[in-house]
Design a protein around this ligand. Structure first.
Ligand code: GTQ
Ligand code: FE2
Length: 363
């Protein structure tokens, strides 16, 4: 405890917009990451219901741009008085609904985007004039500065997960945004152009030997499943099961420069070992059911749910049926800053003790 004189001084300097480091150090300089983001889980039924309610009262249009409902981490709600809160400290994730006949206008921005299609088919996203048709299980990228808009020319409602590096770009002051002049961009490239050029998977067109930001726009579900089924001939990774990462075929790095994206199969009964790492992740349960233990708290999940594993949180997964987990992470950001570290739990055969259970908000 500092003396009265120091305490008074500490207060006194603040009128000059000067801060006392001796107060801040214990909060800022933790021995290991102490995230403000919390572990949290949202049920799929709640999300679908809220999206449908939103669709009854408005359509996507210029200004608001999209009908997307994003995940606000309860640990981060203090950050902006006007109500914004990100999903983890670096990442934003949302669910977006587009109904048949609807159009979400083209725009471009300095944030990178990822989409993972969770429900439906028949809508396309048009990226730099290329219409990319989307189906369940597809993984798409819209890297920064590319024009993109969406239109639904199919029959059933379409829902997908969006993930963007909005909080990172916002906090470092790098935000740029332009609406497209003329609402939805018109095609200037054959449909599904990049997907057709990459049908063979791990062979690339000869012209793609030098780096480009988005040589492949859509990673089809079938290709992802085939890769995972190939892995499943062998032993699973003890921490990740059968996991693959989406990559940019022109350089082998993550498909998006600031966000990693993973699909993992956890066969029924599989229990991963616990570890923790600097980077944070946002998971979507694409198929299956089970639970994840995060820092001793059990989070039960089924198909359609979303959950957050914050930075440096112990976590392990248990699948109670064959499970496909899709997840995005900020590992590329941590690697760029050379901050990535990881640790395996070495007690109790690599498993945490369950101390409590998370109770999700239901509809
Ligand atoms: O679909 O272009 O969830 O620009 C947030 C920002 C989706 C999009 C989001 C966006 C988009
Ligand atoms: Fe966008």
């Amino acid at each position: 405890m500092k003396s009265k004189v120091v305490q008074d001084f500490t207060k006194e300097i603040q009128q000059y917009h000067l801060g006392p480091l001796w107060e801040a150090i214990p909060e800022l300089m933790n021995r290991t990451p102490k995230p403000q983001a919390q572990a949290y889980l949202w049920k799929g039924e709640l999300l679908n219901k809220k999206l449908m309610e939103a669709s009854e009262i408005f359509t996507p249009e210029r200004g608001g741009e999209r009908r997307a409902i994003y995940f606000q981490n309860p640990g981060l709600t203090y950050r902006q008085p006007w109500g914004w809160a990100s999903t983890t400290q670096t990442l934003y994730a949302a669910v977006q609904l587009l109904l048949p006949g609807e159009v979400a206008p083209s725009h471009r921005h300095s944030q990178n985007a990822i989409r993972f299609i969770t429900e439906g088919e028949g809508a396309y996203t048009i990226v730099q004039g290329e219409r990319v048709f989307m189906e369940e299980g597809d993984f798409l990228i819209t890297p920064k500065t590319l024009w993109h808009g969406h239109e639904h020319v199919g029959e059933k409602p379409m829902i997908w997960m969006d993930a963007l590096d909005i909080p990172t770009v916002y906090s470092i002051g790098g935000t740029f945004f332009d609406p497209f002049d003329g609402y939805l961009q018109q095609p200037n490239t054959p449909d599904n152009f990049s997907e057709l050029r990459y049908q063979g998977g791990m062979v690339r067109p000869l012209n793609d030997r030098s780096y480009s930001i988005a040589p492949l726009a859509n990673f089809k579900w079938q290709g992802t499943v085939d890769a995972i089924q190939g892995l499943a001939n062998f032993d699973p990774d003890p921490f990740d099961g059968y996991a693959v990462e989406y990559i940019n075929p022109s350089n082998g790095q993550t498909a998006n420069p600031t966000m990693g994206a993973i699909m993992q199969l956890l066969p029924k009964g599989f229990h991963t070992k616990a570890h923790r790492h600097t980077h944070s992740s946002i998971y979507h349960v694409f198929k299956g059911s089970g639970y994840t233990i995060i820092n001793g708290v059990r989070f039960d999940w089924t198909k359609g749910d979303y959950f957050v594993v914050p930075n440096w949180a112990w976590h392990e997964h248990v699948a109670t049926s064959d499970t496909y987990l899709f997840s995005i992470n900020d590992l590329p950001i941590m690697e760029r800053f050379e901050l990535e570290q990881k640790q395996e739990l070495d007690t109790n055969n690599g498993h945490q003790e369950i101390k409590s259970e998370f109770t999700p908000v239901l509809i």
